[in-house]
Design a protein around this ligand. Structure first.
Ligand SMILES: C[S@@+](CC[C@H](N)C(=O)[O-])C[C@H]1O[C@@H](n2cnc3c(N)ncnc32)[C@H](O)[C@@H]1O
Length: 291
């Protein structure tokens, strides 16, 4: 398995091996879509072997693959009408990057849809471990639909922008695209609705909130030394569990619908919409498009 460090720090070893044999660099999706690996290709072209005095370019063949950037067609929205893609990074207590918000605004101003990709954290170290020089990796984390939507809404509120109103913005969740149902894992799931409706799919109701509180009380009773960090971890594990129950395992993406909507797209989206969704009403009243 080539981890990010392998590609970033040990690319020369990959290229050295490719000088004398066939080396395949396998990626998720398409090698040149969303995460582009052009850097490796440039290095291959300019490669100078350890003992060589001159560059000995390594030939590269690119084999394109299905990608989230084409699977988004399952939303029913025309690929022509998408603007800039954005990646939504995990926020922490002290770091809430949101430069993507302006790019969503630019797309919406032109009536264009936005593909929002979600953050993936694999083999990440905690700041604490790094400062102590301990090489230990955190468990992998994948941003799921509820957190992605919550961050969109929070950033829009922080910056007081006039777009991404949860009740007036249509969106389509694209989860596990291309995956088939199996005995242990749900296959792809495509769901349309307003941001508020999609978020509500995993928001606990009053009975669930009471059960959550009871679970926390019991945990504290059984673990009297539990810190606020432990409680946060418990809550996060629970929301991840809930998100996976509804949306399925990662990977998840979200499309924010722009105003360049065609009546056929509204009809297509209606078939993907949650039961009782205001999809058609919002398409008509806010987006000005009737099926
Ligand atoms: C950094 S991008 C890499 C994209 C990849 N090169 C491709 O062409 O699909 C990774 C993000 O793409 C999205 N993604 C990739 N595959 C997906 C899938 N099968 N279903 C839903 N989203 C997917 C997720 O948002 C994921 O976090």
């Amino acid at each position: 398995m080539a981890y990010r460090e392998t590609v970033e720090l040990e690319a020369d070893d990959i290229l050295e091996a490719a000088l004398t044999g066939n080396v395949a660099f396998l990626v998720v999706g398409d090698p040149l879509s969303a995460t582009t690996h052009t850097d490796l290709i440039v290095r291959a072209r300019e490669f100078k072997s350890k003992d060589a005095t001159e560059a000995t370019p390594v030939p590269v063949r690119i084999i394109h693959n299905a990608s989230i950037t084409t699977a988004l067609g399952s939303s029913g929205l025309a690929g022509y009408n998408f603007g800039q893609t954005v990646s939504i990074p995990f926020w922490t207590d002290g770091w809430r990057p949101d430069s993507w918000l302006g790019r969503i605004g630019d797309n919406l101003a032109l009536g264009l849809h936005t593909l929002c990709l979600s953050d993936i954290k694999v083999r990440e170290q905690s700041a604490e471990d790094m400062s102590r020089g301990i090489l230990r990796y955190q468990p992998p984390r994948y941003m799921l639909i509820p957190q992605l939507i919550s961050q969109l809404i929070a950033a829009a509120k922080d910056h007081k922008v006039d777009y991404l109103d949860p009740d007036r913005t249509l969106a389509i969740a694209l989860c596990r695209m291309g995956a088939e149902d199996s005995a242990t894992r749900r296959g792809e799931k495509v769901v349309a609705g307003t941001l508020a409706e999609l978020l509500a799919c995993t928001t606990p109701d009053a009975a669930q909130q009471a059960a959550d509180q009871a679970e926390e009380d019991k945990y504290e009773e059984e673990n009297p030394l539990a810190s606020e960090n432990d409680m946060e971890k418990l809550r996060e594990e629970r929301s991840v569990r809930r998100a996976i129950e509804f949306w399925g395992e990662p990977l998840h993406s979200l499309v924010i619908v722009g105003s360049r909507l065609h009546p056929i797209e509204v009809t297509y989206g209606k078939a993907l919409a949650l039961p009782g969704s205001r999809w058609e009403e919002v398409a008509r009243d806010v987006y000005g498009c009737t099926a």
